[in-house]
Write a protein that binds this ligand. Structure first.
Ligand code: DAH
Length: 347
């Protein structure tokens, strides 16, 4: 077989292989086999040294033609196979954009946080400052400065978690009163503050008791503050919280840090006062404790009780939330059952 014939046979066979191949790796294999250094074309070109000077350029250009043709066909096929591979990949990786997306669970602030922020906003609107106190507090501020010396029987009203003899976790937010009063500069104006936060008591948890709950303390000190100011302020608060028709009434009570002390009731927001299950048929709901700041408390904080007077109150956001949303077990607020918590998402 002449070299030309060999080349012709090689061309036909290779074109058939290229035609038949349907995979990129196999195509590359053909390229290496036929066109590579050890391939038949190189071999033919190497054999040219035995040819006559006449034949050499003919065979040479024929071999080059064939090589160029094969390179072209291989490249063509490569392009075709790559396009097909891309189609397959696109097909495999395609996403159905019409499928519904995965729902991301969205959190919400806790219902008690919301109630406290709502109350804060009301008082901020009346010119009060919001003061943060300490959850770990000294006996001195929690009790003594609130007119509850060590042997005072009213300490029994608040069963206490002590950390040491002088340090405890606060049983109420009232110590923030003393901490704020002792720092206040009355030449700059009256003191109006609220202090929301957690409080702790050694209670056995049940439907209406939790060893941890919340309070919002309120305090106003100025010259000539009266019980009328207290009543007007709390009436406004209750109307904003429970409806514009609400009324309040004050009943005599006792707290060591106020004199006189009162228990405040709000007219029932459910029945309007005629009697229902929420107000236990009385028309009134007991809602908070308050009073006129005891002169001892003022004096211990360095305030002249013959010049200044003030009122104070202590609100329970847990109780307010229970009433408003008909929650009958305070423990629900602290168990973090998502089914409970999510009910207040829209509130
Ligand atoms: N500290 C009281 C308590 O925890 C609540 C309270 C009552 C606060 C009357 C006050 C107040 O500021 O005047 O039971």
């Amino acid at each position: 077989m002449s070299l030309q014939e060999k080349l012709e046979t090689l061309k036909v066979a290779t074109l058939a292989k290229i035609e038949a191949v349907n995979e990129l790796n196999a195509l590359n294999q053909i390229r290496v086999e036929v066109l590579g250094k050890k391939g038949p074309i190189t071999e033919v070109l190497r054999g040219m040294k035995d040819l006559s000077a006449e034949e050499r350029p003919k065979v040479g250009s024929f071999a080059n033609e064939i090589r160029d043709l094969l390179v072209e066909k291989i490249d063509e096929k490569k392009t075709t196979l790559e396009a097909a591979a891309l189609l397959v990949a696109l097909e495999k990786e395609s996403i159905d954009v019409t499928l519904p997306g995965k729902q991301m669970p969205v959190g919400t602030r806790h219902v008690l946080t919301k109630i406290m922020e709502e109350i804060e906003d009301i008082f901020i609107g009346m010119g009060y400052q919001v003061v943060e106190g300490f959850e770990v507090e000294k006996d001195h501020y929690n009790f003594e400065r609130m007119n509850l010396p060590k042997d005072h029987p009213a300490r029994d009203m608040q069963d206490t978690f002590y950390i040491s003899e002088e340090v405890l976790i606060r049983t109420h937010t009232s110590p923030v009163q003393a901490r704020t009063m002792e720092k206040h500069d009355f030449t700059k104006g009256p003191l109006r503050m609220i202090s929301p936060g957690k409080v702790f008591r050694r209670d056995t948890d049940d439907a209406t008791h939790s060893h941890q709950f919340h309070q919002i303390e309120g305090l106003v000190i100025d010259k000539n503050v009266t019980m009328g100011d207290l009543k007007g302020t709390l009436e406004k608060l209750m109307q904003k919280m429970f409806g514009a028709d609400r009324q309040i009434r004050l009943r005599p009570s006792y707290f060591p840090f106020t004199e006189p002390s009162v228990e405040v009731d709000v007219s029932c927001f459910k029945c309007g006062g005629s009697g229902c299950n929420v107000c236990k048929q009385t028309g009134w709901i007991e809602i908070l404790g308050a009073g006129m700041v005891h002169p001892n408390v003022l004096e211990m904080s360095g305030i002249d009780s013959s010049v200044y007077s003030g009122f104070a109150f202590g609100l329970g956001p847990d109780r307010i939330a229970m009433l408003r949303y008909g929650v009958n077990d305070i423990r629900n607020f602290y168990l973090n059952d998502i089914r409970f918590i999510h009910q207040f998402k829209g509130e």
